[in-house]
Design a protein around this ligand. Structure first.
Ligand code: ZN
Length: 191
């Protein structure tokens, strides 16, 4: 992975404030100190979706809770306590439905992110972040143009990749500058 084509030796000048020392976004996101400072999250390429393993785990957890409901229902039958039976059965049904909904939703999110990843990667990998003014930009004017804040950048990448709906609430009000949107297969200013 060290053989990426990022030109590390070349100094990138920020078009916003003119300072040198902008760093490639993938590099920033790998940096532990940027992770702690939350910058890596503000520049994240994709949502942190749960893995397939997590999905299985959530299913198992859900089924364990369903089993508790079933056990409660059975104890109601054994001890002649109809309230336990009704309550336990309801609990088991609700937990079962809830688990299926959650696990299926996670699977859909995973598929969505996987489908948009190449697009997100193309826009994200070429970007640089200026530590002085926090701007994000592409040196050389592509694959997108302009100067964005980390929030705008994340919204741009995620929206373009088709998982803008998974952005956190605070991104809803972030406006993107006109003209930057290239859209999947949409208009693109050719340099
Ligand atoms: Zn700058």
């Amino acid at each position: 992975m060290a053989t990426e084509k990022a030109p590390k030796a070349v100094e990138v000048i920020c078009p916003g404030c003119g300072s040198a020392g902008a760093r490639a976004v993938p590099e920033v996101c790998d940096d532990q100190s940027c992770m702690r400072a939350g910058l890596a999250d503000r520049l994240a390429r994709t949502p942190g979706v749960s893995s397939r393993f997590d999905g299985c785990l959530h299913f198992v957890e859900g089924m364990v809770m369903v089993a508790v409901g079933v056990a409660l229902a059975y104890s109601g039958i054994d001890n002649d306590k109809p309230l336990y039976t009704i309550g336990g059965s309801l609990l088991a049904v609700l937990l079962f439905v809830g688990t299926v909904v959650v696990v299926r939703g996670e699977g859909r999110d995973r598929a969505l992110v996987a489908a948009g990843e190449p697009r997100a990667d193309a826009l994200w990998r070429s970007a640089y972040n200026c530590p002085a003014c926090e701007s994000v930009f592409c040196p050389g004017g592509g694959p997108w143009q302009g100067l964005l804040t980390p929030e705008q950048f994340k919204k741009f990448v995620w929206t373009e990749a088709g998982y803008g709906k998974q952005l956190e609430e605070r991104f809803k009000d972030v406006d993107l500058p006109p003209g930057i949107l290239t859209g999947p297969g949409g208009e693109r200013d050719h340099a």
